[in-house]
Design a protein around this ligand. Structure first.
Ligand code: ATP
Ligand code: MG
Length: 261
């Protein structure tokens, strides 16, 4: 799929979300979570989704990943519908979700277990390469319990990258880290993902941290209160690297806050 995606022009949609709605089955009556959500993520685009707490951001990401089925509407990736998890779509979670009894290397190779096209040696090599890319060479044989939060999330990203994804989904990937660690990881992850040498062609990140969003995103999709619809979209036209202390930066932060209120 990496080959197919490389033929897509810059900005052309890779992910399309069309009129997606979702009702969870509640105890007594259905809980409407997503009302009518449409958005796209284009080639080489870093898209952030934000919105009030509990409005359905994680649910939307899970629908894009093919992990949850929409009640209405559809999601397409590279022009074909997403009805179940696909190998070109991967996800990084807030709480890392690593297997504590497996080393960093084993956690990453585990993500490749269904790849029948690779030998065990090739899986190991690929996993080592991904760990190295995420700044973890030398930590291959360490267990998650011995790693700091930032390093655990690096393993999470390495695990996602090792599968050669085209679409990288991230659900609040920095929110459980301290500020300094998060800052460093944001910079590293941005340059890792938006880099022609990786398979990743588009990134969708859920975050409630508006400054983090303006630091990273090309486009911000702001969701309304539940049941969520798109309250507005902001194209962040700020040169990179972005100066988080500039007046211009805070102008963009304000634009997003205005849609959130
Ligand atoms: N599997 C489920 N079954 C029933 N209700 C659910 C389920 N998952 C989530 N919900 C409810 O759906 C709503 C949206 O949840 P979701 O986790 O998508 O929101 P969110 O925007 O990611 O929230 P947060 O800001 O807390 O991360 C919430 O009210 C939540 O309680
Ligand atoms: Mg969430």
């Amino acid at each position: 799929m990496a080959e197919a995606s490389s033929q897509i022009a810059a900005g052309a949609p890779i992910v399309t979300v069309n009129h997606v709605s979702l009702d969870y089955r509640g105890d007594k009556e259905p809980l409407p979570v997503l009302a009518d959500v449409s958005m796209t993520a284009g080639r080489d685009e870093f898209v952030a989704i934000t919105g009030p707490s509990g409005c359905g951001k994680s649910t939307l990401l899970r629908i894009i990943a093919g992990l949850t089925k929409a009640s209405g509407g559809d999601v397409g990736v590279l022009g074909s519908p997403v009805t179940s998890p696909r190998k070109e779509i991967t996800m990084v979670f807030q709480n890392f979700v690593l297997l504590p009894w497996r080393t960093s290397l084993e956690n990453v190779t585990f993500a490749l277990s269904s790849r029948n096209d690779l030998s065990d040696a090739q899986k190991q090599e690929k996993a080592k390469g991904a760990l190295d890319e995420c700044g973890l060479s030398g930590f291959e044989n360490v267990y998650p319990g011995e790693l700091s939060g930032g390093m655990k999330q690096r393993v999470g990203v390495a695990r996602a990258l090792a599968t050669d994804p085209v679409v990288m989904l991230m659900d609040e990937p920095f929110s459980s880290l301290d500020d300094l660690t998060a800052e460093r990881l944001r910079k590293d992850i941005y340059s890792m993902l938006i880099n022609p040498s990786t398979s990743v062609k588009t990134v969708i990140m859920v975050s409630h941290n508006v400054e983090e969003i303006i630091e990273l995103a090309d486009k911000v999709v702001v969701l309304s209160h539940r049941p969520a619809h798109v309250a507005g979209e902001v194209m962040v036209d700020l040169p990179r690297p972005r100066n988080k202390k500039s007046e211009e930066f805070f102008g963009w932060v304000d634009k997003v806050y205005a849609l959130l209120s």
